[in-house]
Design a protein around this ligand. Structure first.
Ligand code: BJW
Ligand code: ZN
Length: 237
């Protein structure tokens, strides 16, 4: 039997069922309450690193108790079952790793990692709260920053390349819980379609990608994704 090649792009909606606020939908979403240009840009960090770190320390406190939900667990099972499966996430919360996925491409970085603004120091740091804000580099004493990709910053080219390859080669692109407005991430599913593959979208509502999708399954991904996978698995045996 030949297994289809599957590439998955996830966004904040996949973690909504774990209690983590999304960026753009609804009154409790992050950018409805904070201006990204004040907090999630290199300019904001240069202007006021302490304020930016206070924001991320607060986010880390919100995310620390969160547990993977049924959508994350389904993606971990898919990785275990499918020989050609790539998970690409825009999320920084680490819940895919906690669910058991091992092969994850982080497009926008990881909130549990810090890196130096001057030298090449980079390390995992899961302390909540951080003892000192803003934290400084143990190697050279310069400021540390969250190891995430802010607006206007380039994504890691090797990670982006691997993601582009996976979507170009996939028979099916699953797009889960993303508003599909932030680039270059939002372009990835189009590679699959350009090569004759299908896009299947899982979201609460339609997005700019929906018109390119073979199907948009409306509803919480923690319900629709496990249900889709249960049906899909039947075709594999
Ligand atoms: C559910 C659900 C449930 C709810 N089940 N679903 C014009 C055109 C093209 C590009 C640009 C442009 N102007 C500017 C740009 C560039 C910019 C960009 O794309 N901006 C757009 C907003 C227009 N992009 C960049 O700057 C990127 N870099 C870049 O382009 O570099 C160029 C360069 C090259 C060389 C040198 C230098 C530069 C970088 C983008 C980095 C994004 N960073 C962030 C912040 C991370 C840090 C932090 O968290 O603080 O990443 S922004 C934010 O958005 C975060 C997310 O990963 C990203 C995507 O959001 P996502 O995941 O889609 O979340 P939401 O909230 O938008 O959507 C949630 C969805 O879930 C909704 O659809 C809900 O309906 C759904 N949902 N509950 C299923 N239970
Ligand atoms: Zn350093």
């Amino acid at each position: 039997m030949t297994f289809p090649k599957i590439a998955v792009l996830t966004g904040a909606g996949v973690s909504k069922g774990s209690g983590i606020a999304t960026y753009r939908d609804g009154a409790d979403s992050l950018w409805n309450n904070y201006h990204p240009q004040d907090l999630a840009t290199p300019e904001a960090f240069a202007r006021d690193p302490k304020l930016v770190w206070e924001f991320y320390d607060w986010r880390r406190r919100m995310m620390a108790p969160a547990k993977p939900n049924a959508a994350h667990l389904t993606l971990a099972e898919m990785e275990a079952v499918l020989p050609d499966f790539t998970l690409v996430t825009q999320n920084i919360d680490g819940l895919h790793r906690e669910a058991g996925n091992r092969n994850i491409l982080y497009l926008h970085g990881d909130i549990w990692s810090v890196r130096c603004t001057e030298c090449d120091y980079r390390a995992e740091d899961r302390r909540v709260p951080l003892p000192e804000l803003p934290p400084t580099c143990p190697r050279c004493g310069a400021l540390l920053r969250p190891d995430i990709v802010w607006f206007g910053e380039a994504l890691d080219p090797a990670t982006l390349y691997r993601a582009e390859q996976a979507f170009s080669q996939a028979d099916i692109a699953l797009v889960v819980g993303t508003s599909a407005v932030v680039y270059p991430a939002a372009f990835l599913p189009h590679y699959t379609r350009e090569k004759g593959g299908r896009i299947i979208e899982f979201n609460m509502e339609k997005t700019p990608l929906s018109r390119y999708a073979a199907e948009t399954l409306l509803g919480p991904a923690e319900e629709t994704l496990p249900a889709w996978w249960e049906e899909f698995k039947k075709q594999l045996v």
